[in-house]
Design a protein around this ligand. Structure first.
Ligand code: ADP
Length: 489
């Protein structure tokens, strides 16, 4: 029950702020205990008792008074090794170290970390919010342009409308980039694993870019090795995004030159295929000092470039991160004035499942000339644009402003198809659709600006028959409407 110091080295005086006379009278442990910060005392006692019980070394960080008169404390680290004597006494040999500076540093570091985390969170929230918000006006612009283009504009009007369309498409690409970037940052982006035909996918990507190639006066060529006409499991959307990014860049930074896309099957064994992808151009090239930089977020070789070439500086950073998620790394070889070569290798699982053949949408047995639709959309601008599009198709519709009204009107009205916004006041699209599907089997298509992956699952759960992303692409929506109606019949 009694504790005392049997020896104190002289250095202890400076750590505890004791005078020479104080240290001589310090043997009684209560003198030491009275100097410990009250908040740390329980910790000091508990650890000492535990050390005595188990015979294990003692270690504890705590605050002690600067000196007898002051109110200030300093942080010390105490460490001691216990030894049981034959007479039953316990002796600790140990030391105290002044760790005030280290503690101060730690707390500054902690604060800096918290500030950085908060800033990063704010950035991420901001990006996510702003990109979603931008989609609504973009939706209105692209929808209005679409309906104006249907109204036989004259040549100069048509050219202006096409310019607007081009700009809107670019904006949509940028917003999608921002959303992707934000999702990767938040660790919310997952890579899908579904079977697709590798060669078909590559050819599709190339076809999609052929117009762009002609426009930029470049010769875009595809070189495929043997054996790529096979099914693999992977994320075809993301793979085409990666290829699109690289090829678009190559076309953007090359003028009247060549862009060569090569895909090679390197190895095929035990159900896995090693595939090499390369995009090579004869463009302006990238200086050695910029070759790492361009893969960073928002980095462009020259910020002024963006006015000439467009872009956010996110494409390559997203490409790099997507490839990392797929277990691969992107590499670059480039020489200023000669051109660049971006390449990577994917290790893909060969699929043994049948690829689902997309059902052809034909109106042969179905009459789609007249349809009556229900539109549940709370935003007036969106409703106006969507209404114009529907009228252009020669269809009729009713509009309601929220999910509850949709459920209500369906009690005594019939429709061929329901177009359901997701975010609505009173009752959202999820709830409304669940409610509707309890009673009737009218096809419901979800319209939403939210990124696909996040809400895809919920859409399926709630019984939707299809999904169209905002900003609405009129042709895509019409195709979807016909598809879901054919399926029902
Ligand atoms: P963005 O194209 O939106 O600016 P990226 O991340 O795709 O953003 O590209 C970053 C930068 O890398 C570009 O701005 C450009 O300076 C440079 N770069 C990318 N690809 C090429 C290329 N094939 N040739 C020359 N420079 C390129």
């Amino acid at each position: 029950g009694k504790m005392s110091f049997s020896f104190l080295s002289r250095g202890i005086a400076s750590v505890l702020g004791l005078t020479q006379t104080e240290i001589e009278k310090f043997e009684d442990i209560s003198g030491a205990i009275s100097r410990v910060h009250p908040n740390d005392l329980p910790q000091v006692i508990m650890t000492s008792v535990a050390s005595a019980r188990k015979g294990e070394p003692w270690q504890c960080q705590f605050r002690v008074k600067n000196n007898s008169d002051s109110e200030g404390y300093r942080w010390v680290l105490g460490a001691a090794r216990p030894q049981a004597l034959e007479n039953g006494d316990m002796v600790w040999y140990g030391y105290l170290t002044d760790i005030s500076q280290q503690k101060e540093f730690e707390s500054k570091l902690d604060e800096a970390r918290r500030t950085a985390e908060k800033a990063s969170q704010i950035k991420s929230d901001f990006l996510s919010m702003i990109s979603h918000e931008l989609r609504t006006p973009l939706n209105a612009i692209s929808g209005s342009v679409y309906s104006l283009l249907q109204e036989n504009p004259n040549t100069s009007q048509k050219s202006a409308l096409n310019t607007i369309n081009f700009a809107v498409e670019n904006l949509i690409i940028m917003i999608n980039d921002l959303l992707d970037f934000q999702k990767i940052e938040a660790g919310k982006l997952t890579i899908e694993k579904a079977p697709f035909n590798l060669r078909n996918l590559v050819e599709q990507v190339m076809k999609g870019l052929s117009f762009h190639a002609r426009d930029s006066k470049n010769d875009l060529q595809l070189h495929l090795s043997e054996g790529l006409d096979m099914r693999v499991n992977g994320d075809k959307t993301r793979l085409s995004q990666i290829m699109n990014n690289l090829i678009t860049n190559a076309l953007k930074f090359t003028h009247e030159g060549n862009v060569d896309v090569s895909i090679k099957l390197q190895d095929l064994k035990s159900g896995r295929a090693k595939v090499y992808f390369e995009v090579k151009d004869t463009g302006i090239g990238i200086a050695p000092e910029n070759q790492t930089k361009i893969f960073n977020d928002f980095d462009q070789v020259k910020p002024t470039f963006s006015t000439k070439y467009g872009g956010t500086g996110l494409g390559l950073s997203i490409t790099r991160k997507l490839l990392n998620l797929m277990g691969s790394t992107i590499a670059l070889e480039s020489e200023v004035g000669k051109g660049s070569r971006f390449f990577f290798e994917l290790d893909l699982e060969v699929s043994d499942q049948e690829v689902q053949v997309e059902k052809p949408v034909t109106g042969s047995t179905q009459d789609f000339s007249k349809l009556h639709l229900l539109m549940a959309e709370d935003n007036d601008v969106n409703a106006l644009v969507l209404g114009k599009i529907i009228k252009k198709w020669g269809y009729t519709f009713d509009r309601v402003g929220d999910g509850a009204q949709a459920v209500e009107i369906l009690k005594d009205h019939q429709y061929d198809c329901i177009l359901m916004d997701i975010q609505m006041p009173v009752m959202d699209g999820f709830e409304a659709t669940q409610e509707i599907k309890k009673n009737i089997d009218t096809p419901v298509i979800a319209l939403t600006a939210a990124a696909k992956l996040e809400i895809m699952e919920k859409i399926e759960e709630c019984g939707f028959d299809g999904f169209v992303a905002k900003p609405i692409d009129a042709a895509e929506l019409l195709k979807k409407i016909k598809e879901v109606i054919s399926e029902k019949n």
